[in-house]
Design a binder for this molecule. Structure first.
Ligand code: FES
Length: 117
């Protein structure tokens, strides 16, 4: 089970639980199911509207997770994946960068904070 805390300066933080077996769900689908007002448009990793910042709250090392090619392109276009180290970590080490697309990121078994605009 993962705790996902959605954070935005305009609203109170809201923590929701991703139950076992739900790990095919994206951050965006969980946000929508819980009425968290994350902006989105294409829902297909192409527009960048759903850009969010993700931090791990777990005391264990961050869980791996690959970026789709579409997500890499959009993150680069928005200046969120220009650091070579982050790109290498993502492509070679499967360690995701801080910035993600909510419609592309699958929730894993780790507690996270999702900051959204
Ligand atoms: Fe378009 Fe996520 S809604 S990239």
């Amino acid at each position: 089970m993962a705790n996902i805390t959605f954070s935005n300066p305009k609203y109170r933080d809201k923590t929701v639980y991703a139950v076992a077996g739900s790990h095919t769900e994206t951050i965006l689908s969980i946000a929508r199911a819980n009425k968290i007002p994350i902006n989105f448009s294409c829902e297909n990793g192409e527009c960048g509207t759903c850009l969010v910042k993700v931090k791990s709250l777990s005391h264990k090392p961050r869980m791996g997770g690959f970026l789709t090619e579409k997500e890499k392109v959009v993150l680069k276009e928005h200046g969120k994946l220009n650091n070579e180290e982050e790109l290498d970590n993502s492509e070679i080490g499967d360690m995701p960068p801080t910035w993600r697309l909510a419609c592309q990121m699958i929730v894993r078994d780790e507690d996270i904070v999702v900051e959204y605009e």
